[in-house]
Unconditional design. Structure first.
Length: 168
């Protein structure tokens, strides 16, 4: 099996060497940015080609679906016998299915007020209790005295921010 040879460890010993390393990082970041930009262009071109090819297919599917819908609606009683919801054809199936019910509320605040006022309707109100994490973080000295609470992080994190010179 092939062994990986580790590169010799190099150390930054002077501020000039550190500046050179930060410069290399900046140059690499610029190259990454250019690669990402070319990827974004390629993805956009592929999406455009797909959408261009897919549009007439979607139109044909929609038109054919409407043709079948007309036939199905006109012949529903003879097609769906014995409580059936679909009919098998030699090339596939067509039928009906229940859609998911969706609640639409025009004015949430007015509805909530109405539910609160009527004792019989209060069961439709949900009360949610949750820990206020922001408040605990705002008072860390008190927060850590509570059993089961600890605060992690908050230390200094090393960063490198190279000067950026145009990404063109």
């Amino acid at each position: 099996m092939g062994e990986t040879i580790a590169a010799p460890v190099r150390r930054v010993r002077t501020q000039d060497q550190a500046a050179a390393v930060v410069g290399r990082i900046g140059a690499a970041q610029v190259q990454l940015g250019r690669l990402k930009a070319s990827l974004d262009v390629a993805v956009a071109q592929a999406n455009l080609a797909y959408e261009t090819a897919a549009a007439p297919l979607r139109t044909a599917i929609s038109a054919d679906t409407e043709l079948l819908r007309g036939y199905f609606d006109a012949n529903r009683a003879s097609l769906l016998t014995g409580g059936k919801k679909s009919v098998a054809l030699s090339t596939g199936t067509m039928g009906v299915k229940k859609t998911t019910a969706k609640l639409v509320v025009a004015d949430v605040d007015a509805l909530l007020k109405r539910l609160e006022e009527d004792r019989k309707l209060r069961r439709f109100i949900r009360t949610k209790s949750e820990v206020d994490r922001a408040a605990l973080l705002a008072e860390p000295k008190v927060a850590v005295t509570i059993d089961g609470v600890s605060i992690e992080g908050g230390e200094d994190a090393f960063f490198v921010k190279p000067l950026t010179v145009g990404t063109a």
